[in-house]
Design a protein around this ligand. Structure first.
Ligand code: GDL
Length: 453
């Protein structure tokens, strides 16, 4: 096939900050994607030096070899490999030699067998240098000219695809006029109509993406956007990991967009549920329920947790863990119930605890056991991916249990304080970040509240 079809894009963006995935993980990803009928992988890890900081330099032979192997593996798995570059931090738009460097890099990839490209202008300042402003008038114009030239010179003939990430890539940024007034309208007019455009929804991390918001955007950008979905990305808060289902996007939304690509958790092993439920959403007809898809994904994932011990991770254990590390804006059912039970117990007298006490103690035991069971899992990467979070959860819950015991033994806060044998001040839950967090908090509406105000 010498012409890339303009098929609906379904798949994965390796586009987060932090340590990129390993080659072995990527190859495994491609196998899973094929099973799930996902057709696109976009390579653009923010911290591949040559993706952003050193975008002007060519890859060395060794580096290129790894990319060639990925391109080849994509081909055998029926997946379109897209190579993305992000020159926006330092590019001088009005200097022709910059364009030559960009093209040289893209040519290197095309020669290695890659057919489709992405040019990414996310997470950069909204203004250009004086000389660039004088030459182009606006950031939108400068970026479109570059993208159009790349498309016509490198891709149009071969039928390869180009995806463009605008500087304002969500509605909040557009409303704040990041990138200049009417940036998106100008892109709508200037960007070659065959070039696709990324969009993350109303926010960078969008809980929901409504059809109305996308229809309105389509008018502005004069094409269907491709959704760059950060729902499961955790690079912005590394104490969290997102194991909940793809959700907050209606089935009808699929008609309004050119595709859905997810940029998920940095921990490769943490992305099974995200991928499986995305694939389920994309295949669904009639109606679709994200919680049902989640439960099915957990059942399919469970065998990977087989361990050396006799009592391995159970489906209920896995559900508890994933409910505790669910989605950015919500906990899963079991975690919410656990939180409500703890909240009740720490705020109410013991004689009102009722059934909650037993239920909570059972869950605490389960988390303690789960932490142990995870240490015994054969697939070590799975254990490494979750150890930090589960460890932390267990620590907090064990302290709650000690508090419960102390209260039930007649603990009286006025005369005596509950102490934990394990928790010694200055060792746990500490460090500079913790101290800073104590000085800065947020109101429900997102406003910052500083200690002393
Ligand atoms: C972003 C970055 C992305 C990052 C994500 C979550 C886009 C287009 N760019 O803004 O690289 O992983 O947020 O932090 O989303």
């Amino acid at each position: 096939m010498d012409k890339a079809d303009r098929s609906f894009l379904k798949g994965v963006i390796e586009g987060f900050y932090g340590r990129p995935w390993s080659q072995q993980q990527r190859l495994e990803l491609l196998g899973l994607m094929q099973e799930l009928e996902l057709n696109t992988y976009l390579y653009c890890p923010k911290d591949d030096l040559k993706h952003r900081a050193l975008w002007r330099e060519l890859y060395t032979g060794d580096e290129l070899q790894g990319l060639c192997a990925l391109i080849e593996s994509c081909r055998t798995h029926d997946i379109e490999f897209l190579y993305g570059i992000a020159p926006g931090l330092t590019i001088r738009y009005s200097d022709d030699s910059e364009m030559e460097l960009l093209q040289a890099r893209f040519r290197q990839l095309l020669d290695a067998g890659c057919r489709s490209l992405a040019i990414l202008f996310d997470d950069i300042p909204g203004e250009m240098a004086k000389a660039d402003s004088a030459a182009f008038g606006s950031l939108a114009k400068a970026q479109c000219e570059i993208a159009n030239a790349i498309y016509s010179e490198l891709l149009a003939k071969s039928g390869g695809r180009l995806v463009f990430c605008p500087t304002p890539y969500c509605q909040r940024m557009a409303d704040n006029q990041h990138g200049g007034t009417n940036y998106l309208n100008e892109v709508g007019r200037c960007l070659d109509s065959d070039i696709d455009l990324f969009w993350t929804g109303p926010e960078i991390i969008s809980r929901e993406i409504s059809i109305e918001s996308v229809s309105e955007l389509r008018e502005t950008i004069q094409r269907k956007p491709v959704i760059w979905d950060n729902l499961h990305a955790n690079d912005y808060d590394m104490t969290r990991v997102f194991l909940g289902p793809y959700s907050g996007r209606s089935l009808e939304l699929r008609e309004e967009v050119g595709g859905f690509l997810i940029n998920p958790n940095c921990e490769f092993e943490a992305n099974y549920v995200a991928l499986k439920t995305l694939a389920d959403y994309l295949r669904a007809s009639g109606s679709w329920n994200s919680r049902n898809a989640y439960e099915e994904a957990l059942a399919a994932w469970l065998p990977r947790f087989s361990g050396v011990g006799e009592d391995g991770v159970t489906l209920d254990d896995l559900t508890l863990m994933c409910d505790a590390y669910y989605l950015p804006h919500e906990n899963g059912e079991l975690a919410e119930q656990l939180y409500q039970d703890v909240h009740f117990i720490v705020t109410q007298p013991t004689d009102g605890w009722g059934d909650r006490q037993g239920r909570l103690r059972k869950r605490i035991r389960q988390v303690v056991e789960l932490a142990r069971k995870l240490t015994e899992v054969h697939r070590r990467e799975l254990f490494y991916a979750f150890n930090r979070q589960v460890w932390e959860l267990r620590e907090e819950l064990e302290m709650i249990e000690q508090y419960m015991d102390w209260k039930l033994a007649g603990g009286d806060p006025a005369t005596q304080l509950c102490r934990s044998e394990n928790y010694l001040p200055g060792t746990y839950r500490g460090g500079l970040v913790k101290r800073l967090q104590q000085l800065i908090s947020f109101r429900g509406d997102g406003a910052l509240v500083l200690a002393g105000e």
